[in-house]
Design a protein around this ligand. Structure first.
Ligand code: SAM
Length: 376
């Protein structure tokens, strides 16, 4: 693995949480290119969607006096940034925010660096906001590996930016230089659709998981929700379809709805506001802030990728955390694609599982915590 080097300084960068067995890098060629060739004048830079803090750490290594503001929807990305600043003995940034709208009170930056998000609705929302709030002519640089650039990106950037100029490709990554203008996409902030399964409209922010339609795994889990009178966690709640259903049909339960995506959690709040007095909303990494042995039921439709990488380490972390926070006798009910073979993980952690429902593609499985164990 070649190191990420800025001004002859070799930087230490790790993913969060570290994924030792998969040898996944915490940066890519687009991060290197953004740091080396942003072409922004002296002054404050705003950094958007920097997955593991590599761009911020690289810019700090380039000029430690330059003020940096950082925006990322992801709690895990924030942990990665803090970890990597510390690993390189660098001071914290000027400020960190969850969404671009929170930058409203800050003055004009010298420029904006955007790492292309997986989700083009998020990019569109960010460019719309920058065009509304920055003086026309503020430089904006977008970077990505070529294989992550969708075919619609050139049209989108030409629609929303002035003087668009792509860079030459370096190590199969490319930058798109442009300037803010006055254009707006016309795309609404919320994407809303009616969900028959819970008989209500579901609102989604641009980076909410499943913002276009109900996830098919979630559909099977919704049809097989248990009854519960105690404490419930919706782990990785996204837009909160599971939280909403539990709150509606189980009036005696209290729920923790938690997600690492700020847009996920914000949508969950919108979709469950009728039951907000029974719901504790947490922006967090899995269940790191939940007390051990305190919960009756955990519901989970786990993700199987982190950024561009397909990985099962988040599912593992979710199942381990679930076991830790469950009371003895408490249950973890999950849904997953059959090919992910979650039953193997549940057997290793809980010693067994029941199949609650299945269809051609998905299974709903449940495991019970049989006894309090010291070693999780
Ligand atoms: C497959 S989606 C499920 C969303 C929703 N519960 C549903 O069933 O439609 C997985 C969710 O897990 C969240 N997630 C991913 N990594 C996480 C982590 N480390 N901690 C908490 N949530 C996480 C994602 O943001 C996403 O909303």
């Amino acid at each position: 693995m070649t190191p990420f080097t800025v001004n002859d300084t070799e930087l230490s960068l790790e993913r969060f949480p570290p994924v030792v067995e998969q040898q996944l890098q915490a940066w890519d060629a687009a991060d290197e290119l953004l740091v080396a060739q942003h072409q922004l004048d002296a002054g404050e830079i705003w950094i958007l969607n920097d997955h593991f803090g590599a761009i911020a750490v690289g810019l700090r290594a380039e000029d430690e006096q330059r003020p940096l503001r950082w925006v990322n929807d992801s709690y895990v990305a924030l942990q990665a940034l803090e970890q990597n600043l510390e690993l390189n003995e660098m001071a914290p940034l000027l400020s960190c925010h969850q969404q671009v709208e929170q930058l409203a009170e800050h003055g004009r930056p010298a420029g904006v660096i955007i790492k292309l998000p997986r989700n083009l609705r998020l990019l569109t929302n960010q460019l719309d906001w920058l065009n509304q709030h920055l003086p026309a002519g503020t430089p904006i640089v977008i970077g990505a590996r070529q294989k992550d650039m969708p075919s619609t990106l050139p049209d989108l950037t030409r629609q929303l930016l002035e003087h668009v100029q792509p860079s030459r490709a370096v190590k199969k990554a490319r930058l798109i230089y442009g300037h803010s203008g006055e254009q707006q996409s016309g795309l609404p902030l919320l994407n809303s659709w009616f969900c028959d399964e819970i008989n209500q409209t579901v609102h989604n922010l641009p980076n909410t998981y499943g913002s276009q339609r109900l996830d098919i795994g979630a559909r099977l889990l919704l049809a097989n929700l248990p009854n519960c009178k105690g404490s419930v966690i919706d782990l990785g709640c996204g837009n909160g379809v599971l939280t909403a259903a539990m709150a509606k049909y189980n009036p005696q339960c209290d729920i923790i709805a938690t997600d690492e995506s700020w847009h996920g959690l914000a949508a969950c709040k919108l979709n469950t506001e009728d039951h907000a007095d029974r719901i504790d909303y947490q922006w967090n990494d899995c269940l790191s802030s939940v007390e051990g042995g305190s919960v009756d039921l955990v519901l989970c439709n786990p993700p199987f990728h982190q950024q561009q990488a397909v990985t099962d380490h988040i599912a593992w972390q979710m199942f381990r955390d679930a076991k830790r926070v469950l009371k003895t006798g408490g249950r973890l009910r999950i849904v997953g694609n059959r090919h992910l073979a979650y039953h193997i993980k549940l057997t290793r952690l809980f010693g067994g599982y029941d199949t609650i429902a299945s269809n051609a593609k998905f299974v709903v499985l449940e495991a019970q915590k049989r006894r309090q164990e010291l070693d999780y």
